[in-house]
Design a protein around this ligand. Structure first.
Ligand SMILES: Nc1nc2c(ncn2[C@@H]2O[C@H](COP(=O)(O)OP(=O)(O)O)[C@@H](O)[C@H]2O)c(=O)[nH]1
Ligand SMILES: [Mg+2]
Length: 169
């Protein structure tokens, strides 16, 4: 029998970077009978590693989830941050970094994956990979480029998030 672990991932990013798309493309709704908290809105993704199965609960801050509720939930177990921006909009990178700095002041440090989404928008690209990698390095984060349109790294980005959290335990 594989060991089953529950991790939580707080998804951060400005409007329209693609967070809902990333979640919806590959998350399944949590079975209704299983709920480890009240008043929290999340989806889950199951990650199969060699000796472990990981349930990633994906949380978005927003109307349904206040910082207070998220804080209460994250205190209960292993957590990661997924910082999402849109490679076709320069300010979306600044925005997510600012958001992260505010939120990590409240919620503390956890493993980070920086996600450059919309990598399919080649002509419209404003943020070069090299620039994003530098920012990631400063944060101690891993940088991954994704596209919900082509499917690029959509599975991988959740796997490495899970692995990073596992390494931090
Ligand atoms: N070209 C492209 N568009 C995307 C991608 N991901 C999301 N979008 C589009 O960006 C818009 C905002 O996406 P949404 O998931 O609602 O963003 P959210 O506000 O971060 O939750 C929608 O029109 C999506 O179809 C992507 O990888 N590539
Ligand atoms: Mg959304």
């Amino acid at each position: 029998m594989k060991k089953v672990l529950d991790f939580k991932v707080l998804m951060l990013g400005g409007a329209d970077v693609g967070i809902t798309s990333l979640i919806e493309k590959h998350a399944e709704d949590f079975p209704a009978e299983y709920s480890f908290d009240i008043g929290i809105d999340f989806s889950t993704k199951k990650i199969e590693l060699e000796e472990t199965e990981i349930n990633l609960a994906l949380l978005e801050l927003g109307s349904a989830n206040t910082l207070e509720v998220v804080e209460k939930t994250l205190r209960k177990g292993p957590t990661g941050y997924m910082l999402v921006f849109d490679v076709s909009r320069t300010n979306s990178l600044e925005e997510v970094i600012e958001q992260y700095q505010k939120i990590s002041d409240h919620l503390g440090k956890h493993p980070i994956v920086l996600v450059g989404n919309k990598a399919d928008l080649i002509e419209e690209r404003q943020i070069e990979k090299k620039k994003a990698e530098e920012v990631a390095k400063e944060l101690g984060a891993l940088y991954v480029e994704t596209s919900v349109i082509t499917g690029q790294n959509i599975e991988y980005v959740f796997e490495v998030m899970a692995e990073k959290i596992m390494e931090s335990l």
